[in-house]
Design a protein around this ligand. Structure first.
Ligand code: B12
Ligand code: SF4
Length: 512
């Protein structure tokens, strides 16, 4: 059965490569986009084909794969179903618009949606958007083929939430996949798009023009940081592919000419033996690509940094989050500043070229002094790059549930929104104070950087300089001091709107 697989993009996280960087333009109609590849549909396409279903893939970052083009193709080709894939809350309005457009053009073609946000909000999506016929919960490898084989009998498809006349039916759940080695490798060749390794910023921060792709070698995470959806998506369990299966895919990527690979695992550094197996394989097979991953600072994998470095790992991102134990504990991070220092130093000592720190500001209970301490902490660490984002609450996280219990969020009316804590939580500092502290913090961090680590700073700028115009590098450095304009901004909770409030009522200023 013919099926369309569509990755619906968040426009804030993809951008066509600027013309002047498109040196390697081959003139074959392929386009270059600064974005992560759509690994969800790339993963599902070959599984569907293996089960006998022809697939056509679309990625809406392509200028000729927008809603109108997909609607035209659907009207001409009449696929048996259209599957829309998307990751986060921020993309839901685009998905809704896409579904409405496709439905108006081809009403008889069923539309199924899936991905992390859809998994957490299935019933509500169906109530909210009549153009969407059903939602697939969780992993799609078995669910989607099962659905295509039972289009006339959706009640028999485990994991499906669907509309039966006006009633929304939630079928029995589908167990999570046990054997992740059983599936074919993702299809990275069908889409006419080259994905460029970049930072998702509002200036074109291209990291390299090497052939780039993502790979997922494990799923899930057993921790429970209050701002993270992953434990609720994975049931708090970590599952992995065997090193042999991963290496088979890596060999294929190497042979296809990929020279830069990013692991999108939620927690790659969790199992020492497995890291060892994968890294030894990369070395033995003489695979040529460089790769990067994310992990916790307290992971056993920190002991594997020497072999990771030998196996061409050149990028490692740690969730540092904050420089005070008080804030780390409030975030339920279950890590200490000492563990952060050890992990970052060890990564640098072992020669990992770029070590990145993710920080958050504007957490509940955080004071201005805490924010400044996070910046001072970042300045002490041997990090190469860092990002300080405002803490946000997404549905499915412990923080969201806390806000529902505290009466800040109305789950029924606010489910499709996401919030900056500073905008809604009276125990968080006001946005204006956080912005001011963040600018001050960045200024301090940059000054210390240039003074204490001039060579590293110069090398980093040189990396950017390889593919970026000087004007853009200046814009990039200035970007923390400018307001970023998102195409979709966080909203306010329904109760605050009812009460005509633009800020939470702060009865007392939080003290440290
Ligand atoms: C890599 C990644 C990114 C990359 C972007 C990837 C991309 N393609 O553009 C970057 C760094 C840019 C990014 C940015 C953001 N991300 Co992000 N990201 C991830 C991460 C770590 C992995 C995604 C991935 O590669 N998965 C691997 C593929 C194979 O899985 P998949 O796409 O989910 O597909 C599987 C299933 O979902 C299902 N499926 C998928 N599609 C369909 C369709 C149908 C019909 C069916 C039945 C099934 C199905 O089958 C697939 C195979 O099993 C996830 C965490 C996670 N584990 O999901 C967070 C995650 C999705 N991101 C998240 C967030 C919040 C964001 C941001 C909003 C962060 C921010 N404030 O800036 C932005 C928004 C980006 C966007 N919407 O495009 C949250 C979403 C939570 C929420 N409720 O919204 C997650 C869950 C992380 C978290 N800690 O909670 N992200
Ligand atoms: S932030 Fe990282 S460590 Fe924390 S629950 Fe999410 S994936 Fe796990």
């Amino acid at each position: 059965m013919n099926v369309f697989l569509v990755d619906v993009r968040d426009e804030n996280f993809c951008r066509l490569l600027p013309e002047q960087l498109n040196r390697a333009g081959s003139g074959d109609g392929r386009i270059k986009v600064m974005a992560f590849p759509p690994l969800g549909i790339q993963t599902l396409a070959p599984v569907l084909r293996q089960r006998g279903h022809p697939v056509r893939m679309f990625d809406t970052c392509h200028p000729r794969m927008k809603a109108e083009h997909i609607a035209q193709a659907a009207a001409a080709e009449r696929p048996a179903a259209i599957a829309l894939s998307f990751l986060s809350t921020t993309t839901y309005p685009a998905v809704k618009q896409m579904a409405e457009r496709l439905k108006s053009q081809a009403p008889e073609i069923p539309i199924i949606v899936g991905g992390p946000f859809a998994t957490v909000n299935s019933d509500r999506i169906l109530k909210d958007c009549p153009a969407i016929d059903c939602v697939g919960i969780g992993e799609g490898e078995e669910l989607l083929p099962d659905y295509l084989n039972h289009l006339a009998d959706p009640g028999s498809v485990a994991g499906l939430v669907w509309r039966n006349a006006r009633e929304i039916v939630r079928n029995e759940p589908r167990p999570v996949l046990r054997d992740l080695d059983q599936f074919p490798y993702p299809d990275r060749t069908s889409l006419p798009i080259d994905y460029i390794e970049s930072l998702p910023l509002d200036v074109p921060a291209v990291l390299s023009l090497d052939k780039f792709c993502t790979i997922q070698t494990s799923r899930g995470c057993p921790y429970s940081c209050i701002y993270c959806d992953i434990p609720s998506l994975s049931g708090g369990r970590w599952r992995c592919r065997s090193p042999e299966h991963v290496l088979g895919e890596m060999q294929q990527l190497n042979d296809l000419g990929y020279r830069s690979i990013y692991l999108t695992d939620d927690h790659f550094l969790i199992n020492r033996k497995r890291i060892d197996g994968i890294c030894c394989g990369i070395i033995e097979r003489k695979l040529e690509f460089k790769w990067g991953c994310e992990g916790r600072v307290d992971s056993v994998g920190i002991d594997q940094l020497p072999i990771m470095s030998q196996a061409n790992c050149n990028f490692l991102a740690f969730g540092v989050e904050a420089g005070t134990q008080k804030v780390l504990d409030r975030l339920n991070k279950k890590q200490t500043a000492q563990q952060v220092e050890r992990a970052v130093s060890e990564a640098k000592r072992q020669g990992i070229a770029r070590v990145h720190g993710f920080f958050v500001v504007g957490s509940p209970g955080e004071t201005e002094a805490d924010i400044m301490e996070s910046f001072r902490f970042a300045a002490r660490l041997k990090l190469d790059t860092f990002g300080f984002n405002r803490l946000c609450a997404y549905r499915g996280t412990p923080l969201w549930r806390e806000y529902v219990e505290r009466g800040i969020i109305d789950d029924e009316r606010d489910w499709h929104k996401w919030f900056k804590c500073t905008d809604i939580d009276p125990t968080a500092l006001p946005s204006s104070v956080v912005n001011r502290a963040r600018m001050k913090g960045y200024a301090l961090l940059f000054a210390r950087r240039i003074f204490w680590r001039p060579i590293r700073t110069f090398n980093l700028l040189r990396t950017f300089g390889r593919h970026m115009k000087t004007a853009d590098i200046i814009k990039l450095i200035a970007s923390p001091f400018r307001r970023r304009t998102l195409t979709r901004k966080p909203e306010l909770p329904a109760r605050m709107i009812d009460a005509g409030l633009e800020e939470p009522v702060r009865v007392a200023v939080p003290v440290s």
